[in-house]
Design a protein around this ligand. Sequence first.
Ligand SMILES: O=P(O)(O)OC[C@H]1O[C@H](OP(=O)(O)OP(=O)(O)O)[C@H](O)[C@@H]1O
Ligand SMILES: O=c1cc[nH]c(=O)[nH]1
Ligand SMILES: [Mg+2]
Length: 208
Amino acid sequence: MSVTVANHPLIKHKLALLRKNDISTKDFRDLSSEIARLLTYEATKDLETEAVEIEGWAGPVPVEMIKGKKITIVPILRAGLGMMDGVIDLIPSAKISVVGLYRNEETLEPVRYFVKLTSQMEERIALILDPMLATGGTLVATIDLLKEAGCKHIKGLFLVAAPEGIRRIEETHPDVDIYVAAVDEKLNDIGYILPGLGDAGDKIFGTK
Ligand SMILES: O=P(O)(O)OC[C@H]1O[C@H](OP(=O)(O)OP(=O)(O)O)[C@H](O)[C@@H]1O
Ligand SMILES: O=c1cc[nH]c(=O)[nH]1
Ligand SMILES: [Mg+2]
């Protein structure tokens, strides 16, 4: 498993703004999407390309294009939707597979309430989107169901991760690659990331 912490000044700056306690719903949404776009650039660096020839203005030109183009974006409801626009900006033809999971506030166990995957999962690269990787329970449940659907190539994009969550994925799904804007210090006693962002879903949807 690889964990890529996107070490880019633009990401650091945007994440700093995202951490402000008095951030507006609009700014939280905009920045989540912008960071997701930059993480997508990083997470797609190893996509395979193939040599093709196109007709250019002065005749045939040898160019490289992405091979296969079978990508599915997997936003985890709700908060993952806040990253989706940024990813679609860069991969406009990606199919979308929606996974609805929420974390039980007492047990911290993920509860599944919606799944709608696109076709041909066994041929696709899945890009899971969720702003927060905390205990890792939600991500493990998502990877489990993607693998059950035949998916073999899975990556996860997160704004902030806790070391505890990363360790859990290393132990359970070492074949999955993680891309994250920051790995924070730890979880608090109710499973929130510190310093973290607070409740990302509530901030994106303006609830609470
Ligand atoms: O790593 P874990 O400990 O499983 O926690 C992370 C999950 O918790 C949050 O979702 P939440 O349950 O708040 O749902 P929401 O997106 O609907 O707010 C977050 O967006 C992740 O999906
Ligand atoms: O810190 C956290 C942990 C889980 N979910 C969130 O939205 N924030
Ligand atoms: Mg939430």
